[in-house]
Design a protein around this ligand. Structure first.
Ligand SMILES: Nc1ncnc2c1ncn2[C@@H]1O[C@H](COP(=O)(O)OP(=O)(O)OP(=O)(O)O)[C@@H](O)[C@H]1O
Ligand SMILES: [Mg+2]
Length: 225
C-alpha cells in the first residue's frame, strides 16, 4: 500500500519580481513501512518536497495524498492534526528545546496531544529514550550532549507519538561520518521495530546505502526512482 501519493506537484516561490520554480511536476509513490532516501544537488527541491509532505509548506499545484487524505483540501485544523499525530520530523539542526532535559524533550509532542496521563507519557518517553540508546542521559540538557546524542533525542521525539511517517531533512549534515552512519543505522532499526515509514534527504553518498529505495531529484523533478 502507498502511504504517500504525489501527482504533478509544483511549488513556486515568489522572489522579488520573479518566481522560483522549486518543484516542477513531481510524481512519487511512497510505500508504507519502507525507508526512502532522497538525493539531489543543492537547490534541487529536497527540502521543499519534504516540507510539502509534512504540511509545513503547501503545494502551488498538483495533488498530495498522505494516508489516504488529500492534504491540499484540508482545513488548518486538520493540517495541524496531521502534523501532530501522523508525522514526525527530524531536522539537520536537531531543533531541541534547550531548557528541557532529554526526557522532557521526548515527551513534548505527547504533552501537546493531551490524550494520555502524565505517567503514560513518562513511560512512553522512557521506552523511546532506551530504544535510541540514551537511558543513561535522560536528565541531560541538549547542551550537555554530543551531536549524535542530540540527533538520537530528535529521533525519539519524532517517534514518541507513533507517527505513520518520519521525515528527516539532512539528518546527518551536522554530524561526522561515523556518527552519521550510526544515526542512519538507528533509523533503520527503528523503521524495522516501529514499522514507521522513513524518508530522509541527504548529500552524503555514504549514507544512501541505508535506504531501501532511492529517489533522485534534479531541478525540481524526479530524475530516477
Ligand atoms: N522560501 C523560499 N523563497 C524563495 N525561494 C526558495 C525558498 N525556499 C527554497 N527556495 C528555492 O527553491 C529551490 C529548492 O530549494 P530547496 O531548499 O528545496 O533545495 P534543496 O534540494 O533542499 O537544497 P539543499 O541541498 O541545499 O538543502 C532553490 O532554488 C531555492 O533557492
Ligand atoms: Mg535542503
Amino acid at each position: 500500500m502507498n502511504i504517500i501519493e504525489i501527482k504533478g506537484l509544483k511549488k513556486d516561490y515568489p522572489l522579488g519580481t520573479t518566481t522560483v520554480h522549486a518543484l516542477r511536476g513531481i510524481d512519487l509513490s511512497i510505500k508504507e513501512g519502507d525507508l526512502y532516501g532522497i538525493v539531489g544537488p543543492s537547490g534541487s527541491g529536497k527540502t521543499t518536497l519534504l516540507n510539502v509532505i509534512g504540511c509545513i509548506d503547501f503545494a502551488t499545484e498538483g495533488s498530495v495524498t498522505v494516508g489516504g487524505q488529500e492534504i491540499t483540501s484540508l482545513s488548518d485544523r486538520e493540517i495541524t492534526d496531521i502534523r501532530l499525530h501522523k508525522i514526525g520530523f527530524i531536522f539537520q539542526t536537531f531543533n531541541l528545546i534547550p531548557v528541557l532535559d532529554v526526557l522532557e524533550n521526548i515527551e513534548f509532542p505527547l504533552l501537546l496531544m493531551k490524550n494520555q496521563s502524565r505517567s503514560e507519557i513518562r513511560a512512553r518517553a522512557e521506552k523511546l529514550a532506551e530504544e535510541v540508546g540514551l537511558k543513561e542521559f535522560v536528565s541531560h540538557r541538549p547542551a550537555e550532549l554530543s551531536g549524535g546524542q542530540r540527533q538520537r533525542v530528535a529521533i525519539a521525539r519524532a517517534l514518541v507519538t507513533n507517527p505513520d511517517i518520519v521525515l528527516a531533512d539532512e539528518p546527518t549534515a551536522n554530524l561526522d561520518s561515523v556518527t552519521g552512519e550510526q544515526i542512519l543505522e538507528l533509523m533503520r532499526e527503528m523503521n524495522r521495530v516501529e514499522k514507521t515509514t522513513f524518508i530522509f534527504s541527504t548529500h552524503d553518498q555514504n549514507i544512501l546505502k541505508y535506504a531501501n529505495h532511492l529517489v533522485k531529484i534534479k531541478d525540481g523533478l524526479v530524475a530516477e526512482q
